[in-house]
Design a protein around this ligand. Structure first.
Ligand code: SD4
Length: 333
């Protein structure tokens, strides 16, 4: 049976199945030409996963899903929690600034129909994800940048705010003493927030929001607002979202790659591992000095996550359980 058709059939018949259910899938043995029957364990939905330890965010998203809300509303609600959390110094308000002291946000969102919206280099507005969603739903465009994105945010009713908190200002002032730019391998269990959800209908959406790399050059944009790099959703197959050094994710179109690998039959876990391998195995890769992590879900509610370095984690809310799970990795801390 053709995999696409198989997935479609499975999709129709599995919405809302309980955890641990078993699917039978068939493929042909290339030598004997006989069908191979393989049992595949599937997860249940609704389900939400996010990068790092962000249980408040996954809880907000799950609350939407549990009430029958859709995956798009869920991921927006979840991301907004972290954008407003001033303690998180890599997302929304309180994010660490660029080297000139300006906090600039990148975000994107993608729905079950393959629609997407994104904002890059957005200043003075906390909820970049809401602006991205509005770009998707209420403009003829996919991406708005800088002043235009900020202007649009005010037009849709968002308020102007100073995103540079005292704590982030202090950190920047300390950094300025030496002013050395070096991507930091994050082990604080909190960073760019990427979120993927499957709602009770079995439909998938995803979102990603960040203030980008601390002390980046003015004007720098990372992977997080780039559809296919920081985030990709294909409602027939699954979704993926990235965190870490955006430049490396962009060079390998990471999230799109993970989803395409799942289309070819890899599990979310295998697909994340393969996409990390592509980065690490590049000639002269400096992977020991930077981090990249992926999380992914497939249409059956199976999840995966993998990173270059230890201490990347994923928060997963499924079957009423909200838990932080350490990811597997290549380089031990
Ligand atoms: C970026 N990927 O701007 C983001 C930053 C990040 O963990 O994820 N940090 O490159």
């Amino acid at each position: 049976m053709n995999r696409r058709k198989f997935l479609k059939n499975v999709t129709l018949s599995t919405a809302g199945l309980a955890a641990g259910s078993t699917l039978m899938s068939c493929a042909e043995d290339s030598k004997t030409k006989k069908p191979i029957i393989a049992a595949k364990t599937i997860g249940s939905f609704p389900l939400v996963i996010a990068t790092w330890d962000v249980k408040n965010a996954t809880e907000a998203a799950y609350n939407v899903l549990e009430k029958g809300g859709n995956a798009l509303d869920a991921v927006e609600a979840g991301c907004r929690i972290e954008e407003a959390n001033e303690k998180g110094q890599s997302v929304g308000k309180g994010g660490l600034p660029d080297r000139d002291g300006n906090v600039t946000l990148d975000a994107c969102i993608m729905d079950k129909n393959g629609n997407c919206g994104s904002v890059v280099y957005l200043q003075n507005v906390t909820h970049a994800i809401t602006v991205a969603r509005n770009v998707m739903e209420n403009t003829p465009h996919v991406m708005l940048a800088g002043k235009g994105a900020e202007q649009y945010a005010y037009e849709i009713g968002l308020k102007k705010e100073n995103l540079l908190t005292e704590a982030s200002k202090k950190a920047w002032e300390k950094w300025k003493i030496e002013a050395k730019y070096k991507p930091i391998i994050n082990i604080e269990n909190h960073d760019t927030i990427g979120m993927l959800a499957i709602d009770q209908n079995g439909d998938i959406s995803g979102a990603c929001t960040t203030s980008g790399l601390a002390y980046k050059m003015a004007g720098r944009v990372g992977d997080s607002p780039i559809i296919g790099s920081g985030l990709f959703i294909d409602n027939e197959i699954g979704g993926c979202v990235a965190t870490g050094l955006g430049e490396e994710v962009v060079k390998t179109v990471g999230s799109f790659l993970v989803v395409e690998l799942m289309r070819q039959g890899k599990t979310p876990q295998e697909a994340c591992e393969e996409a990390i391998k592509r980065i690490v195995e590049k000639p002269n890769s400096d992977f020991k000095n930077f981090q990249v992590g992926y999380i992914a879900i497939d249409k059956q509610g199976e999840t995966g996550s993998f990173a270059i370095h230890q201490w990347f984690s994923m928060t997963k809310y499924q079957d009423g359980k909200n838990e932080n799970i350490q990811s597997q990795f290549i380089v031990k801390a």
